[in-house]
Design a binder for this molecule. Structure first.
Ligand code: CNA
Length: 366
């Protein structure tokens, strides 16, 4: 990840943007302003300003706006530059809660940490004041206690078949790595528990070092060389995104021949805006429990942007609503890899249980 030494503020936007999004949500609720009226206002302004980014006639790219349409696109075009964008929803069936799902989401279960507000647990300013809640939560969610899901193995299979250009994940649980997605194909946009650094002298620490400290309740872990606190390299609100993220997005998206987005509310910037980097001719498939990305950014102002599956002008976007594992399995089955995917998951879970002897919290069955 880009180090905390780099004080370029450009990347502080993500945290600010998310905080702003959340703030805007509550304002919206309070004032009763609906997405409809915002969209209406946006389209009205777009008409007045003569901005018609969404109106230009476009060539239809998919035969149908379904998983079948996506499969036909893959087969006809021999897609081998597929980009996957993933969020917390691909890991919920492994037993790791996401942020925003009602009842089960982390934000709804943080009362015990007595925080000023839920996001504070991932805010650097609060962490400096009181790092304990973050480390208590880290203990609950620590990598090594969970097994990858069908989604993670689907991405691994895409790579094995030479079809994956890059997997961009917002997740910090390292399950892509556990599933065998190679480092060069992986962009961990919000960092990872894989490594850590002393916040004072920047000395680097391994995951095992941090894990030993955290599980021995030696919290917060203190640097061996100075009195600084050691923090896993996960990106907090107010921190820069990893350099690999910025380098990869500049070259990857122009090549993308299919974008698959799964398990994300697409509310955290700049990650969410990556959907707009896919070229015009590139289909985009959302696999999620709820619609996402369709009312984001400039789309609210009738100026293109965002996923288009709800718009009459849609030529390329598919929304598949349901469980990510089921969506990936449906896609794999239609590609003729259903059994291979199930077998890969079974064998890998057996291997993890046997070789690593880890005590897993859940073994979800499809
Ligand atoms: P989010 O905002 O919590 O959204 C998750 C989305 O996934 C929601 O739209 C859910 O409806 C959907 N969802 C949840 N479970 C499933 C499922 N089984 N099948 C289909 N859809 C499902 O999370 P995002 O990833 O969009 O937000 C980005 C945050 C979350 C990043 O900064 C992450 O670091 C952070 N996060 C990561 C983890 C993890 O590493 N596993 C866990 C919790 C939060």
């Amino acid at each position: 990840m880009s180090s905390g030494k780099d004080k370029d503020n450009k990347d502080k936007e993500p945290a600010a943007a998310e905080a702003k999004n959340d703030h805007e949500d509550s304002d919206e609720e309070a004032s009763g302003t609906s997405n409809f009226s915002l969209e209406f206002l946006g389209r009205y302004l777009a008409t007045k300003l003569k901005i018609h980014g969404d109106d230009k006639p476009k060539e239809k790219i998919l035969e149908e706006f379904t998983i079948d349409g996506i499969v036909s696109h893959i087969n006809k075009n021999n897609c081998n530059n597929i980009i996957v964008m993933a969020g917390a929803g691909i890991s919920t069936t492994a037993g790791i809660p996401d942020f925003r799902s009602p009842v089960s989401g982390l934000y709804h279960n943080l009362q015990k940490y007595n925080l000023p507000h839920p996001q504070a647990i991932f805010e650097l300013s609060f962490f400096h004041e009181n790092p304990r809640p973050f480390f208590e939560l880290a203990k609950e969610l620590y990598p090594g206690s969970f097994k990858p899901t069908i989604c993670h193995y689907f991405v691994k299979l895409l790579n094995d078949k030479g079809m994956l250009l890059r997997h961009y994940t917002q997740n910090i649980d390292t399950l892509e790595r556990v599933a065998g997605v190679p480092d060069e194909k992986l962009v961990e946009a919000h960092g990872t528990f894989n490594k850590g650094h002393c916040l004072a002298c920047r000395k680097s620490y391994t995951q095992d070092w941090m894990k030993d400290k955290i599980f021995a309740d030696d919290i917060p872990p203190i640097c061996d060389d100075c009195p600084g606190v050691v923090k896993p390299d996960i990106v907090f609100f107010g921190e820069n995104l990893p350099e690999k993220f910025h380098k990869s997005i500049t070259t990857d998206f122009s090549k993308c021949d299919l974008l698959i987005i799964m398990g994300s509310s697409l509310t955290v910037q700049p990650f969410a805006s990556l959907i707009d980097r896919a070229p015009d001719g590139c289909p985009r498939l959302l696999i999620n429990r709820e619609k996402a990305g369709h009312q984001s950014g400039l789309s609210l102002f009738g100026y293109g942007g965002g996923l288009e599956f709800d718009r009459e002008s849609n030529v390329r976007d598919v929304c598949w609503l349901g469980d990510c594992d089921e969506g990936c399995l449906a896609l794999a089955e239609k590609l003729g890899w259903g059994d291979e995917l199930k077998e890969l998951r079974k064998q890998e879970h057996e291997r993890i249980d046997k070789d690593e002897g880890k005590t897993m919290k859940k073994d979800p069955k499809l």
